[in-house]
Ligand binder design. Structure first.
Ligand code: XIL
Length: 374
C-alpha cells in the first residue's frame, strides 16, 4: 500500500471514530446532573408532532425541560393581526405535559422574528405608542393566557440590550422607549400570574450587558414587577467568551436576586466570523469556513469536549444559583448553528452527536459526579 494511501485511511479512521467513538452509555443526560438543575432542550415542530420519532425519543429520554425553538415566536404564532397559528404550540405544550416536563415559553417580545404587521400601520410607518402598547397587551394576553398554568416560565423580553449596555434601538424601543420592558412584564404577569418571568439575551459575559441587566432587575423589582430569572443564552465558541467574565455575570445576576438559567447553550466547533448571536448578522459561505464536513478530527473533538467541560464546571460550582441548563437543540444535526452565521456548514455544537449519542464530556461528568463508568 502506498504510504499516502495508508495515511489517508488512518486519518479517515480517526475522523470517523471522533464522531462515533463513545461506548454506549445507558445514563440519560438529565440523570447525570441529578436535582442540581433541570436539563433542557429546544425542540422543533417535527419532534413534538412525531415526524422525527428518533429525535422525539431522545428528548423523552435525556431531557426534563423543553423550550419551543420557533413555534411560539410572534411571526409563527401570530402571523396576522387577527389570526393565531396555535396548532404547533399546542402540540409542543401537550408533549411537555404528557411527558411531565418543565415547559418554557420562548418568547413574548423580541424584535427578531416579530410578525411583519406587528409594529407598523397600513402605510408601513411605525404605529403610535398607544397602538403598540395595545398590540403587546393583546399578544401577550392571548399567548401567555392560552397556556396559563402549563408554562413554567416565559422569556418575556429577548435581546433588549447591546454589548455596551445601551438599549438596543429596536422598534419596540424606538416607539415606547425603555418602558416597553416593564410593560411586557406587567402584561405577562397579568396573563399568567403563576408563570416565572425572564429576561433573556446573548453575549452576557460583556460588562455592559451585565451592568445594565443588573440595573434592570433592580428597576423591575423596585416597581413591584415580577422578575424571576435571567437567561444567559450562551451561543458560545471555542475561544469566546472569556469564561471568567461569563462566570462573573452569572454571579452578578444571582446576587441581584434572581435565578440564572443557561437558556440556549451551543458551542460551535467552527471558525466564527460573527460573534454574539444576533440572527441577522450573517457571513457568506466559503469552504475554509466549513472545515469539518466529514467529521470532527480527534484534536478538535478533544478541544470541544474540554471547553464544554469547563462550562459545565462553571455551572456545577454555581449550581445553587442556576435552575436550568438548556441546550439549543437535541443533536448536532438539528442545530441552527449548521446554518448560522454561515449557511450550509456542518457543526458539532450540542450534547448529543448526529446519532443521538452522548458526547465524551458527559460521560466524563457521569463518572465524576456519579461514579458511573457507563
Ligand atoms: C433561532 C432558531 O434556532 C432558528 O431555527 C431560527 O431560524 C432563528 O432563531 N437567539 C434566540 C433564539 O433567542 O430564538 C434563536 O433561535 C437563536 C438566537
Amino acid at each position: 500500500m502506498k504510504p499516502n494511501l495508508l495515511l489517508s485511511l488512518l486519518t479517515a479512521g480517526c475522523i470517523i471514530s471522533a464522531c462515533a467513538s463513545q461506548p454506549p452509555n445507558e445514563t440519560a443526560v438529565k440523570d447525570i446532573f441529578g436535582d442540581r438543575f433541570t436539563i433542557g432542550t429546544a425542540v422543533t415542530v417535527n419532534q413534538t408532532n412525531g415526524d422525527d420519532p428518533i429525535g422525539q425519543q431522545a428528548i423523552i429520554r435525556h431531557f426534563n425541560s423543553i423550550v419551543a425553538e420557533n413555534c411560539m415566536k410572534c411571526e409563527k404564532i401570530h402571523p396576522e393581526k387577527d389570526s393565531y397559528n396555535w396548532q404547533p404550540a399546542d402540540e409542543f405544550v401537550e408533549f411537555g405535559v404528557k411527558n411531565n416536563m418543565e415547559i418554557i415559553g420562548h418568547c413574548l417580545i423580541w424584535h427578531s422574528q416579530c410578525a411583519p404587521w406587528f409594529l407598523v400601520n397600513e402605510k408601513g410607518d411605525y404605529v403610535s405608542a398607544d397602538t403598540l402598547r395595545q398590540r403587546m397587551k393583546d399578544h401577550i394576553y392571548a399567548v401567555a393566557g392560552r397556556y396559563k398554568g402549563k408554562i413554567k416560565g416565559w422569556d418575556v423580553v429577548n435581546e433588549a440590550i447591546m454589548e455596551d449596555g445601551s438599549y438596543r434601538k429596536s422598534p419596540f424601543y424606538e416607539i415606547l422607549g425603555e418602558e416597553f420592558i416593564p410593560l411586557a412584564f406587567q402584561y405577562a404577569h397579568e396573563a399568567d400570574p403563576d408563570a416565572e418571568l425572564y429576561l433573556n439575551d446573548y453575549s452576557m459575559a460583556e460588562k455592559g450587558k451585565r451592568e445594565t441587566y443588573v440595573r434592570l432587575i433592580k428597576q423591575l423589582k423596585e416597581r413591584g414587577l415580577r422578575i424571576d430569572g435571567i437567561g444567559m443564552q450562551s451561543h458560545v465558541g471555542l475561544d469566546y467568551p472569556d469564561l471568567t467574565e461569563y462566570e462573573k455575570s452569572l454571579k452578578a445576576f444571582a446576587a441581584a436576586g434572581v435565578n440564572v438559567m443557561v437558556t440556549e447553550l451551543d458551542l460551535t466547533a467552527l471558525p466564527a466570523p460573527v460573534g454574539g448571536a444576533n440572527i441577522s448578522d450573517t457571513a457568506e459561505y466559503n469552504d475554509s469556513l466549513n472545515p469539518y464536513k466529514d467529521g470532527l478530527p480527534v484534536d478538535m473533538d478533544a478541544k470541544w469536549n474540554s471547553r464544554m467541560k469547563s462550562l459545565m464546571d462553571i455551572y456545577l460550582r454555581n449550581a445553587d444559583a442556576i435552575t436550568r441548563v438548556t441546550a439549543w437543540g437535541v443533536c448536532d444535526g438539528d442545530s441552527w448553528r449548521n446554518g448560522w452565521p454561515v449557511p450550509g456548514r456542518t457543526d458539532y455544537p450540542l450534547f448529543l452527536d448526529r446519532n443521538h449519542e452522548m458526547k465524551p464530556f458527559l460521560i466524563e461528568l457521569d463518572k465524576e459526579l456519579n461514579n458511573n463508568e457507563g
